[in-house]
Design a protein around this ligand. Structure first.
Ligand code: FAD
Length: 327
């Protein structure tokens, strides 16, 4: 019997977020022969986004396009999505493990009476006939568990950004069909999002950044973040922080990485003046290469760092910036 796997697309200002393509790749990976992969995008002015999505390998793209859906609103997005999910009755729904995905996924799971597997970092497709297995970190990243989905129920999965290769544009075959889904704002909506003011860590989105330069209490002041920002500018990185730095008022909580902050998986994570508490590691330990700069040779961060520099960050960081400027 033909089944449908649904990918919930994420966009910002009409631009597709990379995590959508990673989630699409995961859907392509877990689909069995005959399964359809549908992408659902919710927002405003989605025509360009729909056309961009149609260049990827999926069967159908559903656009729920309405001015009232410009900004994420859990209630409105859920109301927009719910009838379509009822109609499609998907065997799996995949979302990014982002702030939106984390918010929407449990609502979708409840709607579909589905099990949910959150924060997946790897998928084992297994041999033919086997059910996919999902790997996720537990105990703040100290251990990993592998979960096999039950065969008889729908499944909701959130995928941690930057862990799966993004889907590549299709080379051949017909473009995916684009379907417009009507949406009428319900009179029962209790909330409306008028505007979103983003606090960002610079030009690069922290959760999607390939390189993150992160500062801890060792930066000592808001001013102390300046050398980190300069380095980040030169190497095209986003700036992050430990909770220690946020609590001390050196930077905004939007930059916080860790168990109670953002989870990042960049190619390179540069930790400056961060001790390496378990709660911080929960948000960055899956980074491909970890570089730690700390003046304490016994700082726990060195236990997980691939490269460690024992030294004063106010000397080391400007030297790195100067070297990268030459490159
Ligand atoms: P510190 O532990 O004070 O480390 C500062 C480091 O800077 C030291 O290692 C020091 O040697 C070094 N240093 C000082 N000066 C210099 C210099 N000039 N050059 C180089 N190195 C220098 N933390 C998070 O980060 N994210 C979370 O999401 C988070 N969630 C939490 C949730 C709970 C429930 C709890 C209880 C805690 C949480 N924490 C979180 C806090 C966490 O336990 C640590 O307190 C915090 O990560 C410490 O931040 P830090 O490494 O910046 O500061």
């Amino acid at each position: 019997m033909s089944r449908t796997i649904v990918v919930i697309a994420e966009q910002r200002g009409g631009q597709l977020r990379q995590v959508t393509l990673e989630t699409l790749r995961a859907a392509q990976w877990i689909r069995s022969e005959g399964d359809a992969v549908s992408v659902v995008a919710i927002g405003s002015n989605l025509t360009k986004l729909g056309n961009a999505l149609a260049t990827y390998d999926c069967d159908r793209i559903y656009l729920i396009d309405h001015a009232d859906l410009e900004h994420y609103n859990p209630e409105a997005y859920y109301q927009a999505l719910s009838p379509l999910l009822g109609e499609l009755s998907p065997c799996a729904v995949l979302l990014g493990h982002t702030s939106i995905g984390r918010d929407l996924a449990p609502m979708i799971a409840a709607r579909l009476q589905a099990g949910q597997i959150s924060d997946v970092i790897a998928i084992d497709r297994g041999d033919d006939g086997m059910l996919p297995r999902f790997v996720r970190p537990i105990y703040a990243g100290k251990a990993f568990e592998t979960i096999e989905a039950a065969s008889d129920g729908p499944l909701v999965v959130t995928l941690r950004p930057n862990n799966v290769q993004p889907a590549a544009p299709r080379e051949e075959g017909p473009a995916a069909q684009i379907v417009s889904v009507p949406y009428t704002p319900s009179a029962s909506l209790r909330t409306m999002v008028r505007d979103v003011v983003r606090k960002t860590s610079g030009k690069v989105d922290l959760t999607e950044a390939k390189i993150v330069v992160s500062g801890g209490r060792g930066v000592k002041s808001a001013e102390g973040f300046r050398p980190l920002e300069e380095l980040a500018d030169v190497i095209g990185a986003a700036v992050g922080a430990s909770r220690g730095a946020c609590d001390a008022g050196y930077c905004d909580y939007a930059l916080q990485i860790g168990q109670t902050g953002k989870v990042v998986t960049p190619e390179v994570y540069i930790a400056c003046g961060i001790s390496g508490a378990i709660q911080h590691l929960a948000g960055m330990s899956q980074s491909r290469i970890i570089i730690a700069i700390n003046k304490d040779p016994d700082a726990p961060i060195f236990q997980i760092a691939d490269y460690g520099i024992v030294g004063d960050l106010f000397e080391v960081v400007p030297l790195l910036t100067a070297e990268f400027k030459k490159a």
